[in-house]
Design a protein. Structure first.
Length: 90
């Protein structure tokens, strides 16, 4: 795992930055006793997740590692053996 990017992608940075700004806005308006501002900040927090997810779908997120793909293929093969199929029906 030492060679992984650990989320250092444009999608991750953008989503976290928008969410952090929303958290700061919501916190400031909560202290100021302004419910509308609080909910606007909360909406920004959710928007950060949506924007980050959209950017990931657009190809700006972390690419799956070859080791992860290999592990998924092995798990899929293991799940489709006759022994496991019989156990799943029981």
């Amino acid at each position: 795992m030492a060679g992984s990017d650990h989320g250092h992608t444009p999608a991750a940075w953008t989503g976290v930055t928008i969410s952090f700004i929303g958290f700061c806005v919501a916190g400031a308006f909560m202290v100021a006793n302004n419910p509308l501002g609080f909910w606007a900040g909360s909406a920004l927090i959710l928007l950060g997740g949506v924007v980050g997810g959209a950017m990931k779908l657009a190809g700006l997120g972390q690419k799956p590692s070859p080791e992860l793909e290999r592990a998924r293929e092995e798990a899929a093969r293991r799940d489709h053996t006759p022994e496991t199929a019989h156990a799943a029906r029981s």
